[in-house]
Every structure is written in structure tokens, then in C-alpha cells.
Design a protein around this ligand. Sequence first.
Ligand code: BES
Ligand code: MG
Ligand code: ZN
Length: 505
Amino acid sequence: MKFEISQNLLSKISSDVVLVYVFQNENEKGPFFISSSAYSQLNKALSGQLDAACQAERFKGQQGKVVSVFTQDKIVPTKVVVMGLGKKSGFVLNDLRKVTGKIVTAFRKRSDSLVIAVPEDLDESAQEACRVIVEAVDLASYEFAKYKAKKPEDRNLETVILAVSEQVAIVDIKKVVQYTQLYTEATILARDLVNEPAYIATPTYLADLAEDIAKANPSVTCKIFGKTQIEKMGMEAFLGIARAANTEPKFIYLSYTPEKVGQKNKKLALVGKGITFDSGGINVKPGDHMQDMKMDMAGAACVLGVFSVIAKIKPDFSVIGLIAATPNLVSASSILPGDVVKALNGKTIEVLNTDAEGRVTMADSLSFAVKEGATHILDFATLTGACMVALGMEIAGIFSNDRDLIEEVKLAAFAEGEKVWELPLEKDYKAQNRSEVADIANIPNNRYGGTITAALFLQEFIGNKPWVHFDIAGPAFASKSYELGPQGGTGFGVRTVLQLLERNN
Ligand code: BES
Ligand code: MG
Ligand code: ZN
């Protein structure tokens, strides 16, 4: 989206729609909602027409409720929309993100331009408000229409004007817009990768993209390992899952080195599950469980999204990105239940269920992270249906062996409105992953707490480095459209990681 910044009177800015926000009044007495300066200004210019409309519709400023008024040439903008923010107590910035996304979704096919009166009555600064507004606008405008034959609608939101008061420095807002658009650009890349059908978004496709990212950024390099090299390195676990694949598996190794090194010894590894399609393998999934499984590389998409902008975010420490990319397919050469494979760190895995393939491939990518000297590890994986049973579709399960790191993650995720909830790495459950013939089995011996036992499996491969595991099976893919985007890939995790990088700088 093209953003402009204006300090003009709202009644004088030319646009199809001007959006103003108001809080609900929490006092018993007085008006239903608290009129903001933007509201009063427009109401006055419209000779009280806004008040009249709000009254007629019994508008109380409830969160997400709107009243709109045609201005009939009394002022420059064609339409005024008043959006309720709800009660101020309990309001969080993500609420502004959500209601803005809702408005953009409603108007983006009906208007070319939108003025947003940046709210001044928040506890947060205008910059922070602009950050969530920009995110909401860009993300809610996202669509994945390349495979639709129908031509796009004739009107398309092209310009959003952020109206700020004269006290606010325009240069600061410009910076916020520019920076925030890196977040949305990276998120959109991740969404595209998830939405792309599996026969397009193959391991080679992901590897080519990683190489393009490295080519475009001097501070990023990329190494791609093909089948023979993966074999030579000793990633038997990854190769086992890749055995049935119709496409060559790729191990993707991205590396960012800061120009100005601040934190000399720090090396953060971002590891993404890269199953480009999960049929379940020989333990084939039933059809309705398989239909969205092109999304099983959402962790990889998150890592690629982050790397696509990392050179512009400029963390002052090293970051590596690791993806073991392959589909999990069915063929005569498929890995079989009962097969034993040895991971890069020397541990042997008995594969008792080929549908628990993510953890097997990640055993190798996590071992690789440790071998490469990672000092901190974050991994992103659409790992278990059990996590969705536990936390639902919108919340990622997070697990960690390090208090400080996970608290930082929680703050970053909260700032971005990405929902996470910590689950325990309960060591008494480790026994459930025991194998009679190998060091560990890839499925637990009972079906309860499956997201925890999966996390405990991964823990065997992180060499006690400070680590946070994100089980993103729920939030990586939206089953229907929501405030910030359509059905499909959400780009979950990208903004949390970028926020974390920014905070650690
Ligand atoms: N890719 C799935 C997990 C998944 C399920 C992600 C639904 C998104 C939506 C994973 O590979 C898988 O199949 N896990 C199994 C593990 C089980 C066999 C122990 C599961 O969750 O059922
Ligand atoms: Mg480069
Ligand atoms: Zn699976």
C-alpha cells in the first residue's frame, strides 16, 4: 500500500473515506461514547450530522461497531466512518489493529483512498498507533488471487493517508511506515509461499528463493545442499522422510552477518519445518486431514520471510536460517514404520509413524544448528494436531528451556498481536518417547499431550542451547478469512521474530 502522511484538517483532505475512532464511555452518565478531536472536528464541519447519525443508530462506540455518513459535498471527503474502539479499560493496541483490518477489508474494493485519523487518546504514542495501522492495512489488503480467472474489481484501495496532529514529527511517522512495511512485506512473502500449491512450492522452489534473497543482500549468504551432500553430511533422518519424494530434497542454509557487529558471540538459529506437502507417508492421512497440507512448510516460510528483510532490519549479531525441505509422500520406497534412522547428532530414531515426519526432519536441522555454533535457537513448525486440540486455531504453543528467552518471545509476540501460550517441557513425559530398538521413537506410546511429547522429542537435538519451539499448526493457516487476511497462510511468526530482532539490537 502507498502511505501518505497529512497534518491538514480532516474535512479538507481529498479521499473516498475518512475513518475516525472513538472510545466507548465507561461512565453511567454522559454520552455513549467519548468524542475525539477528529470526531468533533468532522461533526462540526458537517453541522452535527455525525452526532445525529450516531444517535439514530444508538451507536455506543462498542469495539468493531461502525456508523457511516455521506458528506454530500459539505466537506472534501465523500464519506465519514466512525469506528468504535470499545472501552478504554482493557483496550490493547492489537484491538486497533483488528478494527482497522476490518474496515480495510470492508472498503478496499469500494474505494481508492482512505484517510485514517490516527487516534490521539491512546496511552501509546502516535508512532506506535501508526505501526499497527500500517500492519492492519497491508495485511488486510492481502489476497492470493493469481489462480483466479476472474478479473480483479475495478476499484482497489491504493492510497492510505495517515492524518496526524501538528505535534507529531512527520519524519518519525515516515520512518515507522517504512520500517513497518518491512514487517508486512516479509509476512506477505510467507503467506504466498504457504498458499502456493505444493507442486509449485517444491524444495527447489524454496531453495531458489533463498538463493535470490542472498543474491539481493550482501550481508546474507546461502548454501543449498542437494541429496548427495545431505547424504554425505549424515542427515539420515531427513533423508529417510525424503525417500519417497518425487522432487530432490534440499537443505537450505541461510546466513546473515552484521556489518557492525555488536554482540560478537551471539548466533541465533531460525529453524523452520519444511515439509512441502504432508500426505502422512505410508501412514497416509485421511482426505479431509490432507487437503490443507501444502501448509506444512509454514515454518520454512516464516524463516524465508524473515531473511527476505533481515538485511534492512540490521540486527547486530549473526543469524542463520535452516530448512530441511522435502514433501512427505507415499511410494514403494517410502520410509516404513519400524525403520531406524540416525540423525546428524548421532542419535537413532525409530520411525513408528511416518506422519510424525516433521520432528524427524527437524532432528537433523536442529542438530545442524548446534554443529554450526548457534548460541540461541528458535524453531517454527506446524508440528502437531494435538497443539490445535490444546490451544485452538489461533494460538501457537511455545516451549522453552530458557526463562529469559521465552519471556522476550512473549513480549515480542504480544507487541505483534501474534498469540502464543507457553506449554511445559515436562521431563516426566520423556519416557513416553522411549523406543525398544533405537534411542528415541518418533511417536509417544499414548495419544495424550502430543504437542508436549513432540517438543520433548525436538529437545533431544538442541544440545541444551537456549531454545524456543513454536508449534504453529493452528495459527499458520486460517481456515476462514479474518480481520487481517483471507483464508490460507497467515505468515505467523514472521512479525514476532522481526520484533525480537529489533528489540535485541
Ligand atoms: N503436519 C502434521 C501436523 C498438523 C496437523 C499441522 C494439522 C497442521 C494441521 C504433522 O506432521 C502430523 O501429521 N502430526 C501427527 C503426529 C502424530 C502421528 C503423532 C498428528 O498431529 O496427528
Ligand atoms: Mg548475499
Ligand atoms: Zn505428518
